[in-house]
Design a protein around this ligand. Structure first.
Ligand code: RP5
Length: 169
């Protein structure tokens, strides 16, 4: 069985278009991860088992995404000592219920809530956590930040040289 460091779980296959962004980002950093569908409402026993066993299986961080009455992130957090990063899945037809489900956790059960549909940031935060005890990953992350900064500076330089109108697509 592979040794995964990050568990990405989502309430439904319909969340995959959003949650796949987390997996894609982790792939860029060569961080091993598993992607699972685990529903707080449709498979509650599996959710509890997953959360209970996550740390002993070697996972270090869990990224949990769900929409609507998003109980998956908070309930997972209540059953594991691992850091859990919530991704509230937001559709045009939704209000902000998934976000509120995650940010209104009771004292004693921390849950790190990302922006709505913020799966990429969840992956980056997982990288930050893992990099605290992984020098190679810390170097990769530092390079990511430097490259990101450089790209913005280059675009700003191009704005100043060519004028902003040249950049309208
Ligand atoms: C939530 O309900 C899931 O996380 C998903 O965002 C939403 C809708 O699920 P489906 O009806 O598409 O399976 O539990």
């Amino acid at each position: 069985m592979e040794d995964y460091r990050v568990g990405i779980i989502m309430g439904s296959e319909s969340d995959l278009d959003i949650m796949s962004k987390a997996a894609e980002e982790l792939e860029k950093f060569d961080v091993s991860h598993e992607v699972r569908i685990i529903s707080a409402h449709r498979t509650p026993e599996e959710m509890m088992k997953y959360a209970d066993e996550a740390a002993s299986r070697g996972l270090k961080v869990i990224i949990a995404g769900a929409g609507g009455s998003a109980h998956l992130p908070g309930m997972t957090a209540s059953h594991t000592p691992l850091p859990v990063l919530a991704v509230p899945v937001k559709r045009d037809s939704h209000d902000h219920e998934a976000l509120f489900s995650s940010i209104k956790m009771p004292p004693g059960i921390p849950l790190a809530t990302m922006p709505e549909n913020g799966a990429k940031n969840a992956a980056l935060m997982a990288v930050e956590i893992l990099a605290l005890s992984d020098v190679t990953l810390a170097e990769k992350y530092a390079k990511f930040k430097t490259d990101q900064r450089q790209k913005v500076i280059e675009t700003d330089n191009a704005f100043r040289e060519n004028g902003w109108k040249a950049h309208i697509k």
